[in-house]
Design a binder for this molecule. Sequence first.
Ligand code: BTN
Length: 228
Amino acid sequence: WKIIHLDEVNSTNDYAKSIAEESPEGTVVIAKRQTAGKGRKGRSWASPQGGLWMSVILKPERTDPRLVFVGALAVVDTLADFGIRGWIKWPNDVWVEGKKIAGVLTEGKAEKFVVMGIGLNVNNEIPADLRETATSMRAILGKRLEFNEVTNRVLAHLGRWYKLFQEEPLNVIEAVKERTLLINREVTVIHSDGEISGTAVDILEDGSLLIDTGEVRVRVVYGDVSVR
Ligand code: BTN
């Protein structure tokens, strides 16, 4: 990894995208604070000091939407290193004790690069209006964590899962299935022109979520959906 440390930036994803074409794979951008952190679907991502706001430049042979799982798995394994049990909320969130602790946002330019943005609440304060739904490692463990240790763990796990992904993406899908919250749960998927409710029954090889509505089985491709 070649790490670029910034004090403040609008979004590490935007910064990484701006340098991605001329930067080697494995370039990492980490900022102490983001002034315009981005979540999926145009949402904003609160990014005060103390959290891990990081974007990794990857240059896979093919762009593959399943890459987002590599980031989620790296976070779940990092949490486990600190004794925290985290779950992947398909497709790109990590939850602990019923609250969101991390999110992954991949962006890219087809056949050129992928920027994998990871936001993990480590020691940062959770804004008051998010406390019902979001948590941090510090809140869970009741103590501050060694920030560099968390960063190094995420990068180590990310490297390992990325390598496995390139060798055999299906191993990654299997790992996601073991760490996912949704299987056998009642879910509602919200997409561009409506909602589907039913039981989530499987994550398929292409990374899509299979939902049984009671009448039909629907395959939901991620990217344009959120699950509630
Ligand atoms: C989500 O849950 O919707 C994804 C959140 C991703 C947040 C991270 S923080 C580092 C990187 N830079 C951004 O602007 N967003 C991602």
